[in-house]
Ligand binder design. Sequence first.
Ligand code: SF4
Ligand code: SF4
Length: 145
Amino acid sequence: MRIIFIDCPQEIPCNPCQSACAAGAIQVPSLTERPRILPEKCVACGNCVAACPGQACFLIDEEYSETEATIEFPFEFLPVPEQGELREARDNEGQTVCLGRVVEVLPRNRWHGTMVVRLAVPKELVRQVRGMARTAAEAQEEGGM
Ligand code: SF4
Ligand code: SF4
């Protein structure tokens, strides 16, 4: 089961996560407070994952397989990653946590034009992961944009 996970460091005026959640599962009591989650209301639509400008919203599936969990995060670089690709999974500090496998890429035409990648990683490490390393081609693409 995919569940919402928010790791929001912001104490600045910000609430796109709340606006993106039609299910009412995210509440930002005042603009400078961190979001609160009502997990029982989350329908795992993923809108908040794509909508958050701070890349602080994730969907996690800790029951993906016996050994792996998945985490979904926005990924804004081209070319589009391919299913099955192995990538370094990175933490909040940009440090490598483990090797991950791309299991799904949700295209840009959904969810505010932001691509979302679903990465499988060892179950016990999933809550440390916040994204994945870029390839050299993706780094060049960013420079050319
Ligand atoms: S995944 Fe969808 S339903 Fe769940 S908190 Fe995010 S926007 Fe709301
Ligand atoms: S949109 Fe993202 S950065 Fe802004 S309050 Fe929500 S989780 Fe935090």
